[in-house]
Design a protein around this ligand. Structure first.
Ligand SMILES: [Zn+2]
Length: 155
């Protein structure tokens, strides 16, 4: 890996064979011209190249985290799934506190366990409304919460 050229994308410079999922890692900081700062986190649920989340489950968990996280923080910019289906990117603005980001994720995942439906899983509000699984998303949330003590350990 060390012989590879440095890439523009931070995670392309991360050795995915060395990480130990699950974890939550600061993947980058971007500062705007007025001093606002975006902190981008790598929320890794699945061990890269060993396992991945199935599409209906990762999709429903995306809907729920996007909706519920905003009940716990007004700093959320975005939560989006990774194309490799092993995790999500979470971006927050002007909020440097890593431990508080863990708190937001924990509270959000606890909400997922309590949910009785997936928000916005219909053809008006979603681009693939047929591809959802409430139970699958809950299973992912339950797993992630069971590893809460390991979230800070990336390697
Ligand atoms: Zn959707």
């Amino acid at each position: 890996m060390s012989k590879q050229k440095k890439m523009n994308v931070e995670s392309f410079n991360l050795d995915h064979t060395k990480v130990k999922a699950p974890y939550i890692r600061l993947a980058g900081t971007t500062e705007g011209m007025n001093g606002d700062k975006i902190y981008k986190y790598d929320l890794r649920f699945s061990q890269p190249n060993k396992e991945h989340m199935d599409m209906p489950s990762i999709h429903s968990l995306e809907h729920m985290m996007a909706e519920f996280s905003r009940n716990h923080s007004d700093k959320i910019v975005d939560i989006s799934p990774m194309g490799c289906q092993t995790g999500y990117y979470l971006s927050v603005i002007n909020h440097e506190d890593y431990d508080d980001v863990l708190r937001i994720v924990e509270a959000t995942l606890k909400d997922v366990l309590e949910a009785t439906e997936v928000p916005a899983c219909n053809e008006v509000q979603c681009g693939w409304a047929a591809s959802h699984s409430l139970e699958g998303a809950k299973k992912l949330a339950r797993y992630m919460l069971s590893k809460r003590e390991e979230w800070k350990e990336v390697f």
